[in-house]
Design a protein around this ligand. Structure first.
Ligand SMILES: Cc1cc2nc3c(=O)[nH]c(=O)nc-3n(C[C@H](O)[C@H](O)[C@H](O)COP(=O)(O)O)c2cc1C
Length: 354
């Protein structure tokens, strides 16, 4: 499988570079007959789009997907591969000139040069750029449309910025969605305000801050997944770790003692359920019918405005430099729909396989 493809029955391939003419995706194996609700897709992609508020990069992009294949004359998916392109318009490649020689600490500039040599298109981070999460969100929006019609819902929220944590959802009966459309993506508005201040404090110092996103999925049938390498955790992990800046992942939550951690079984409405949900809805890699939830850790944005130490790859000498360009002071708010998108693609792949 290529570095840019994920999934088996539903295979999603991303393409493009940050400052190339366009980015996009190809979706193979998407079920035929799905009505594509353009407003839903635009609203979902808008949650990730840059340049909208103080906590994201000022690089403004329309992020308007153009669908080139996969729909019939009535706008329904027709079973052919779905191809979508998103034009890059607001590029400032000059900001990246110095990085051809001096790699940014914490970014992929150095490892990209090792892997691809001088031919690497490092403008805007090339194919490592989080711009590619726009077509990922397009694919995720389509997957979400399909899943929602099957009663499978998902919602993510910012779990943490720096050391400031959001309120915890009820892991047995989470009430989705966690926030109103357009709002800062948290459950507790007070904690959200403290998080925004934390991001602004980092930004005003020329620094960045990390955090975490928590995602809940309800309506999944029991029995999805498998043991060992067929496990749902492993399949979701591969997609979630593909998102730039993801450095950790935990399913459910773990308690100190087995007596606290084990979820007692019970019968509710004639069905086997659990009283608590520390396992995050997955036992032995297989869904148990309870909500599935996981927390994704994001590192602080590597491109910061403070002077940093690096090296010149031409002279092989150490040097000090400052990153130019427009960057997110914290990637977490924009990453919330990206986490949902990655999960939706994997779940559609699995649900179709059943
Ligand atoms: C939504 C989102 C936005 C991002 N924005 C930036 C950014 O503005 N500047 C930056 O240097 N990194 C940004 N990143 C992170 C980098 O793309 C990432 O750190 C880099 O590709 C190296 O990969 P790694 O951190 O996974 O090792 C962003 C990541 C995400 C998910």
């Amino acid at each position: 499988m290529s570095d840019f493809s994920i999934g088996e029955k539903l295979k999603v391939t991303l393409f493009g570079q940050s400052h190339g003419p366009a980015i996009g995706c190809v979706m193979e194996g998407f079920p035929a007959g799905q009505k594509i609700d353009g407003d839903f897709v635009a609203a979902f992609m808008g949650r990730r789009a840059p340049g909208q508020n103080a906590w994201s990069t000022p690089r403004k992009e329309a992020d308007q997907p153009e669908i080139l294949s996969g729909l019939n004359a009535d706008g329904l998916t027709c079973g052919a591969p779905i191809t979508a392109v998103i034009r890059n318009s607001n590029t400032r490649s000059g900001d990246y000139e110095a990085l051809k020689d001096v790699p940014r600490p914490g970014h992929a500039d150095y490892t990209a040069r090792v892997k691809y040599g001088d031919a690497w298109d490092g403008r805007g981070g090339g194919q490592f750029s989080a711009r590619l999460t726009a077509p990922l969100c397009f694919a995720g929006a389509l997957a979400k449309l399909y899943l929602e019609e099957k009663g499978i819902h998902m919602a993510a929220h910012i779990a943490r910025i720096g050391r400031i944590e959001d309120a915890k959802p009820d892991a047995v009966n989470p009430s989705l969605p966690f926030y109103k459309p357009g709002a800062f993506p948290v459950i507790s508005p007070e904690q959200g305000e403290a998080m925004r201040q934390e991001i602004e404090a980092a930004r005003s110092k020329g620094d960045s801050v990390g955090g975490a996103v928590e995602c809940f999925i309800t309506g999944l049938p029991a029995g999805l997944g498998g043991p060992y390498f067929g496990g749902l955790e492993g399949k979701l992990s591969q997609a979630l770790f593909g998102i730039p800046a993801v450095k950790g992942l935990r399913f459910g939550d773990t308690q100190n003692f087995g007596s606290e951690n084990n979820d007692a079984f019970c019968i509710r409405d004639g069905k086997v359920q659990t009283v608590t949900n520390h396992c995050g809805g997955i036992l032995g890699g297989i869904t148990n019918g309870m909500p599935v939830y996981f927390t994704v850790d994001f590192k602080p944005t590597p491109s910061i405005a403070l002077p940093q130490k690096s090296v010149s790859l031409k002279t092989m000498k150490e040097t000090e430099f400052t990153v130019q360009g427009r960057h997110d002071p914290c990637v977490v708010p924009r990453a919330v729909p990206v986490v949902e998108a990655a999960a939706a693609i994997i779940l559609l792949d699995l649900v179709q396989g059943e």
